[in-house]
Design a protein around this ligand. Structure first.
Ligand code: FES
Length: 183
């Protein structure tokens, strides 16, 4: 007899679609990509949710949900990457280089175009607004924290940078986001 419960990969796809819609409505940063997004071929990864980024364009961002936790992936423009790297040595509330917020690809290289992060303000947990704020990164409308294009907090009251979820590149275009909480 057939199992009436939907398979796990199908549920993951629905989370992706829902997340993309939420990104459009809440953060006004995503473009209508719902029809183009689908899980990578093998979504039953032991590690987590696989997301194929090959169709993402510069300046676009998607939102997925991994076990209920939102994770945003932004394809940063050259200007956003340059701004993030140029500020590596700037005074910061929670110092971190842009490189430290990326993860290596299987060949050991880093691709600064893709920033994977939890788009939640670290003050009291509001969703941030993209392409906004004094550093053209993200802005928290709740109490006014500003984040740069690396997701680093640059103006309080947020005490720390936006979290980087545990994830890894599993190919040149696919990341796998772990079914775990950010550390
Ligand atoms: S929740 Fe973001 S600044 Fe307070």
């Amino acid at each position: 007899m057939e199992d009436p419960k939907p398979a796990k990969p199908r549920r993951d796809f629905l989370f992706i679609a829902t997340g993309a819609v939420a990104a459009i409505g809440v953060a006004a940063v995503a473009k209508p990509l719902v029809g183009q997004w689908s899980p990578a071929g093998d979504t039953v990864a032991k590690y987590g949710l696989d997301v194929d980024l090959s169709k993402l364009q510069a300046g676009e961002q998607i939102l997925v949900h991994v076990v209920g936790r939102p994770v945003a992936i932004r394809y940063r423009t050259p200007a956003e990457i340059a701004a993030a790297q140029a500020d590596d040595d700037a005074d910061m509330i929670d110092p971190a280089t842009d490189r430290s917020r990326l993860r290596p690809k299987p060949d050991g290289s880093f691709d600064p175009r893709f920033l994977v992060f939890v788009p939640i303000c670290t003050h009291f947990g509001c969703f941030v607004v993209g392409e906004a704020g004094d550093f053209d990164g993200w802005y928290c409308p709740c109490h006014g924290a500003h984040f740069d294009t690396s997701g680093r907090v640059r103006k309080p009251p947020a005490p720390t940078n936006m979290a980087i979820p545990p994830y890894k590149w599993v190919s040149d275009t696919v990341i796998s986001i772990a079914y775990l909480n950010p550390s």
